[in-house]
Design a binder for this molecule. Structure first.
Ligand SMILES: *[C@@H]1O[C@H](CO)[C@@H](O)[C@H](O)[C@H]1NC(C)=O
Ligand SMILES: *[C@@H]1O[C@H](CO)[C@@H](O)[C@H](O)[C@H]1NC(C)=O
Ligand SMILES: *[C@@H]1O[C@H](CO)[C@@H](O)[C@H](O)[C@H]1NC(C)=O
Ligand SMILES: *[C@@H]1O[C@H](CO)[C@@H](O)[C@H](O)[C@H]1NC(C)=O
Ligand SMILES: *[C@@H]1O[C@H](CO)[C@@H](O)[C@H](O)[C@H]1NC(C)=O
Ligand SMILES: *[C@@H]1O[C@H](CO)[C@@H](O)[C@H](O)[C@H]1NC(C)=O
Length: 350
């Protein structure tokens, strides 16, 4: 008896687990290590991705751990269906010894393919150092900026540092940027600040995760897998078309059932979102599923009454003796007695 109970429980487990929502295309692996790969992205099989642009390389690193790569060597730490990929990119640096001879140097150059571009709202270009001029351009040389940071004494790199040119400098990047080239130069080869600063660093970084306190002026570079990298946010769209044009070709239109077409702020193509009252992956045919508003954690769906989920919406049924919309609040039933002739009828208002 006990044994058969246990067997039943065990055989129920995988069924229960498989009902958890997957954002990958049916039949495709969703995770590469601990990173989720939602469709339109795909790994292992080309057919798991919407097209070649979204096919990613899930490979194993030197320690044998799975690693999701963007392009040839950018490690992906997160993919969001709202239209972002977060990748790790190495910081550029330039270092000198006390007599002003350059000892280490690394500059950076990258280009993104068609549906991808650097997020101008999330990323900020940052230079660290006391004798540091960092230049950033795109590869067409139609955009350029220089960030200059000068100091004469050791500045404590705290997260309260406004990065306004003393030890640290920041500048925003323009919308729709698809390539970057950044490099560092110096005025006095760090000779006047060599007691506390021998290197300059420059990088693009996600404003949300960048911690200036991680970049003290005493920092010297590391190499290989320990090299300093920052999180950079890349935005993606599914097709470089307007919603109206995309809908004309239904077989190529990327948004599934109960989803709608939207334009990102970067305005070069479209994205998909689930309709109000639905949740899930809008890029999968049946990815947007009814949201049970009655079960949203930390939210009270009804002011009053019992919550009842409906497809794409929900109701709040008022308790007996009350009427109205429980989402806002129920009213007491008013009993109006209308005497018509000799018979009395009772009507409830509402
Ligand atoms: C994912 O794994 C990497 C290394 O394998 C680790 O550094 C990172 O913190 C992990 N992220 C999460 C969200 O668990
Ligand atoms: C995936 O990346 C690894 C390591 O960079 C490389 O050796 C391999 O050829 C790549 N595979 C594909 C399919 O691009
Ligand atoms: C700096 O490097 C140069 C060239 O390698 C060397 O001649 C000089 O002695 C170094 N200075 C110091 C302080 O190490
Ligand atoms: C989208 O198309 C426009 C016009 O054809 C072009 O200028 C732009 O660079 C394209 N954007 C992307 C991300 O490919
Ligand atoms: C990057 O910019 C540097 C100047 O800062 C230039 O010499 C180099 O050719 C550029 N590289 C590319 C690939 O555009
Ligand atoms: C519609 O999309 C399909 C799939 O991407 C493509 O093969 C076909 O050529 C497109 N048709 C038109 C009229 O653009």
């Amino acid at each position: 008896m006990w044994v058969s109970w246990l067997m039943m429980l065990l055989s129920l487990w995988p069924v229960a687990a498989s009902t958890a929502r997957s954002d990958a295309k049916p039949g495709c692996q969703e995770k590469c290590g601990n990173v989720s790969v939602p469709y339109p992205f795909g790994i292992l099989e080309k057919s798991c991705a919407m097209n070649d642009d979204f096919f990613l390389n899930c490979t194993s690193n030197d320690e044998g751990h799975p690693e999701l790569l963007f392009g040839r060597n950018m490690r992906i730490s997160n993919i969001e269906l709202e239209g972002t990929v977060t990748v790790g990119i190495y910081a550029a640096f330039s270092c000198y010894n006390k007599t002003g001879i350059q000892t280490d140097f690394y500059s950076l150059w990258m280009t993104l393919a068609a549906p991808f571009m650097l997020s101008n709202t999330r990323n900020i270009f940052t230079a660290i150092g006391c004798d540091t001029s960092a230049r950033v351009t795109n590869s067409e040389f139609t955009y350029g900026a220089t960030c200059l940071s000068i100091c004469t004494e050791n500045v404590e790199m705290s997260d309260a540092n406004p990065c306004s040119g003393s030890g640290c400098c920041q500048t925003s990047i323009p919308k729709g940027l698809k390539s970057l080239n950044y490099s560092l130069s110096t005025y006095d080869s760090y000779t006047k600040v060599s007691d506390f600063n021998l290197c300059g660093f420059a990088f693009l970084a996600d404003r949300r995760s960048l911690k200036i306190s991680d970049w003290p002026l005493s920092l010297t570079p590391k190499y290989g897998k320990d090299a300093y990298a920052t999180d950079v946010v890349i935005e993606w769209v599914v097709e470089n078309k307007t919603c109206d044009l995309a809908k004309v070709n239904t077989s190529a239109y990327a948004c599934g059932t109960n989803a709608y077409c939207t334009y990102p702020e970067i305005d070069q193509g479209y994205r998909c979102s689930c309709n109000e009252g639905f949740e899930g992956n809008p890029y999968l045919e049946d990815g947007c599923q009814d949201k049970d508003e009655c079960k949203v954690e930390g939210k009270k769906p009804c002011q009053e009454g019992t919550c009842e989920n409906t497809i794409g919406n929900y109701k709040c049924r008022c308790p007996i003796g009350k009427y109205g919309d429980g989402k806002i609040g129920c009213k007491r039933v008013g009993i109006i007695t209308i005497i018509s002739g000799s018979a009395g009828d009772i009507y409830e208002t509402g």
